[in-house]
Design a protein around this ligand. Structure first.
Ligand code: PMP
Length: 429
């Protein structure tokens, strides 16, 4: 513990807040040292079964040999060239086009934030309109177009809630906020802003507030409304893409957006992301001579990322990854629900595929307002208790947990035994 605290103090002397992404500021005991398979080891040499999976990208396992070996080999002859396109870049795009229903053309970026920025900008370019619609609670990165109404306090739900100091008022105000799972709200907003809305951006499953599932007809309704009103529909599949299947959640739900953003699990933890979609929209980027939306980036398509995508997709295509992570995901959901019920704790476990989230409430969770019913203190107590048992469920309320390919049935058995101990103690209080 002392060593980790010393390191954090050292980090804070040279980096504001000591961490390089705000939500990593958790507890000083959690300073990472290494990771292998489904386990991470902290600076104090404590080992944890990892359900955090770095907020989701780690779909196979940490330092996954087939991926790291492929990257290492690629790096013997490739890094960054800054002209033309490498065959790795071309193959990555071909694979995304092959798998993702909405993808006719693809551009590679370095992060989900860049991808959503470009998707929105090109939507403005093609429609000539300024406004966009996002949903309360969804996160699409940190840029000014989308960083509002993320984890809003109760009194700010649906109201003006910029996520950062320093944002342009014009950007905040041209992003309209609707209720997830509420088509009437979306329809009203479109009507009140007639011919002004360029795009609707949505996490098809809002995983940034755990796992709120779309009600039947909601995503279909968004598709219908956007078609009717000439609005670009953007699915932000940075979390769901490749974690819920090779074709993303759009394949599972059967709704095809105009544009899709991808990241995280696409490369098992390496920094690469993508924006893809209909050719007629994607061709508006300047990489097409007739285009007029700027797309650029020194590190776009770097060999580390492209090799990581190719190695990861090869495993996702040829090994029973989804069977495995879905099965263990289902076991975790039903296991934690049973344990909570047995110990008299008001918990509803939700999830999809490899994702599971224990909400500390018995009420249904269908939109952002419902989250206000969650007992945040108990949620955090559970997570901290699990950490003490050697299981990493990140101590942020309602944060999703993920299963990965390297996770074993015995890891899951151990985790459920640990959950029994933690919840039993909580039930006695
Ligand atoms: N969209 C979604 C749905 C995300 O969850 C995230 C990251 N949590 C982003 C976009 C931004 O991605 P990045 O952190 O790679 O910029």
């Amino acid at each position: 513990m002392k060593h980790a605290e010393d390191l954090m103090a050292r980090s804070m002397r040279v980096a504001p807040g000591g961490v390089h992404s705000n939500t990593r500021r958790i507890t000083p005991q959690l300073m990472p040292k290494s990771g292998k398979g489904a386990r991470v080891t902290t600076q104090d040499n404590k080992e944890y079964i990892d359900f955090h999976a770095s907020f989701g990208p780690i779909i196979l396992g940490h330092a996954y040999s087939k991926v790291t070996n492929f990257i290492t080999e690629a790096l013997q002859e490739q890094d960054l060239f800054g002209f033309g396109a490498t065959e790795y870049e071309i193959r990555c795009c071909e694979k995304i086009v092959e798998h993702v229903p909405s993808a006719e053309k693809v551009l590679l970026t370095n992060s989900g934030t860049e991808s959503t920025f470009h998707a929105i900008r090109v939507s403005r370019a093609i429609t000539g309109r300024k406004k966009i619609i996002k949903f309360q609670g969804c996160y699409h990165g940190w840029h000014d177009y989308v960083a509002r109404n993320m984890l809003s306090a109760k009194e700010l739900i649906g109201k003006r809630d910029p996520g950062s100091a320093g944002m342009l008022d014009e950007a905040v105000d041209s992003t309209l906020v609707c209720r997830y799972n509420d088509l009437d709200d979306v329809e009203q907003t479109i009507k009140q802003n007639k011919d002004e809305v360029a795009a609707i951006i949505v996490e098809p499953i809002p995983h940034n507030i755990g796992c709120v599932l779309p009600q039947s007809g909601f995503l279909e309704g968004l598709r219908e409304l956007t078609k009717q009103h000439g609005i670009v529909l953007i699915f932000d599949e940075v979390i769901t893409g490749f974690r819920h299947g090779l074709g993303g959640y759009q394949q599972a739900c059967g709704v095809t957006p105009d544009l899709t953003t991808l990241g995280k699990a696409i490369a098992n933890g390496y920094p690469i992301a993508a924006v893809c979609g209909k050719a007629e929209i994607m061709d508006y980027f300047t990489t097409n001579p007739s285009g007029n939306a700027l797309f650029a980036g020194t590190y776009n398509g770097h060999a580390v990322g492209t090799a990581a995508i190719l190695a990861t997709l090869d495993i996702l295509e040829t090994e029973p990854v989804y069977d495995h992570i879905y099965k263990l995901g289902a076991t975790m959901r039903s296991g934690i629900q049973d344990i909570a019920d047995r110990n008299g704790l008001p918990v509803t476990v939700k999830g999809f595929g490899s994702v599971f989230v224990p909400y500390f409430t018995r009420d249904t969770i269908e939109n952002y307002e419902d989250l206000m019913k969650v007992d945040v203190e108990s949620d955090l107590k559970f997570r901290r208790g699990m950490i003490e048992q050697g299981v990493l469920m990140i101590p942020l309320p309602m944060k999703r947990n993920h299963t990965m390919y390297a996770l074993s049935q015995s890891d899951v058995d151990y985790t459920l035994e640990a959950a029994e101990k933690v919840m039993k103690a909580m039930g006695r209080e």
